[in-house]
Design a protein. Sequence first.
Length: 280
Amino acid sequence: MKIGVTGATGHLGRLVIKKLKEKTSANNIVALVRSPQKATDLGVEIRAFDYDKPEALTAALAGIDKLLLISGSEVGKRIVQHTNSIEAAQNAGVKLIAYTSLLRADTSSLSLAGEHVATEALIKESGIPFVLLRHGWYTENYTASLANVIALGTLYGCSGNGKASAATREDYAEGAVAVLTTEGHEGKVYEFAGDEAFTMSDFAAEISRQTGKNIPYVNLPEKEFTQALVKAGLPEAAAQFYAGTHISTEKGDLFDAGHQLSKLIGRPTTSLSKAISAVL
Ligand SMILES: NC(=O)c1ccc[n+]([C@@H]2O[C@H](COP(=O)([O-])OP(=O)(O)OC[C@H]3O[C@@H](n4cnc5c(N)ncnc54)[C@H](OP(=O)(O)O)[C@@H]3O)[C@@H](O)[C@H]2O)c1
């Protein structure tokens, strides 16, 4: 049973490969990567797999039974890239495709949702047995800005009292590994999210508690928050995107109380407090 993982040199992909090796022989794992030179430390077979090079993808999937398609990172290019990967999986006779989609992609107001909905449809139309791993936000999306927030002494946002049920990449990687190494997941749509939901005020309060500094959360109107991000050096489009994620959070699109991820991995997802202390 060969398991192929795309994007295996990325943050999530590396964790998936590491955790797969704990569950199955390294001989059963194939890292499908855009940049083979970055993958030499993975300790599994490496094959070149660039979503933008459709002519090489079918051969790269020869003998792969289960494929984890990790969504590409180039927003706007992903429908073509994912189409290329799904067509190759069809041609190569892949028996199961698992795709990292977005939490409740079909109803989410997040601007990212469209590409995920389109990819889910392409997978369903392909006729390949599938599992959808719809991911909520990574906790790392928040903790990545810890140093800046602490330096600034204030956390700004525009998500009001909206809660995000975030989980760490490690939690999501374990979810994918559970799906890839056990049976009975065909046709399932998993809404993967963290057990704990938090607001930006909760995030600021936890940073304050752990640093001993008073770091308040200041909620701004969307326009003002966007302008503040641009002033801080973000390109306009990125600032609008980021502020938009806060608005979707306020609408509840990143909240989930289903606990499907923790049920599957057999442990609670990583707490916000632990994720912050790991970075600090
Ligand atoms: N739910 C969330 O909060 C959240 C947050 C961020 C991202 N995401 C999504 O989840 C995915 C995995 O996250 P991550 O943190 O692991 O992102 P990441 O570290 O940026 O990894 C993305 C991976 O995709 C690969 N890739 C990009 N373009 C490719 C192409 N044309 N052909 C083949 N591979 C390509 C990259 O290859 P190289 O190593 O060669 O660059 C990299 O390995 C992202 O791509 C994005 O779709 C979700």
